[in-house]
Design a protein around this ligand. Structure first.
Ligand code: SF4
Ligand code: SF4
Length: 88
């Protein structure tokens, strides 16, 4: 399941750099998570890093993007493969 950022976000900027998948970016008003890139940090960390650093705890799981652990790992492998392809 990907995570999502709620409108309680205070745009403190700390989550964006800790995401290993570059899934977090500034949206129109607040930061947003790209569900195509969020793996709940599977493949990188045991815990979602954005949740760990968010001072207002506004990054819950997104029930609109239900995924099994297997699907999250598949996404991780797809992202890793495309990263490798971009390397010279
Ligand atoms: S859970 Fe991990 S992969 Fe998903 S947005 Fe947060 S830091 Fe990025
Ligand atoms: S860490 Fe939390 S409050 Fe800060 S920008 Fe990210 S989602 Fe918003």
């Amino acid at each position: 399941m990907a995570l999502k950022i709620t409108d309680e976000c205070i745009n403190c900027d700390v989550c964006e750099p800790v995401c290993p998948n570059q899934a977090i970016s500034m949206g129109i008003d607040i930061y947003v998570i790209d569900p195509m890139r969020c793996t709940e940090c599977a493949g990188h960390f045991d815990q979602p890093q954005c949740q760990q650093v968010c001072p207002v705890e506004c990054i819950p799981l997104d029930p609109d993007h239900l995924e099994s652990s297997e699907q999250l790992w598949k996404k991780y492998r797809r992202l890793s493969a495309s990263k490798e392809k971009k390397m010279p």
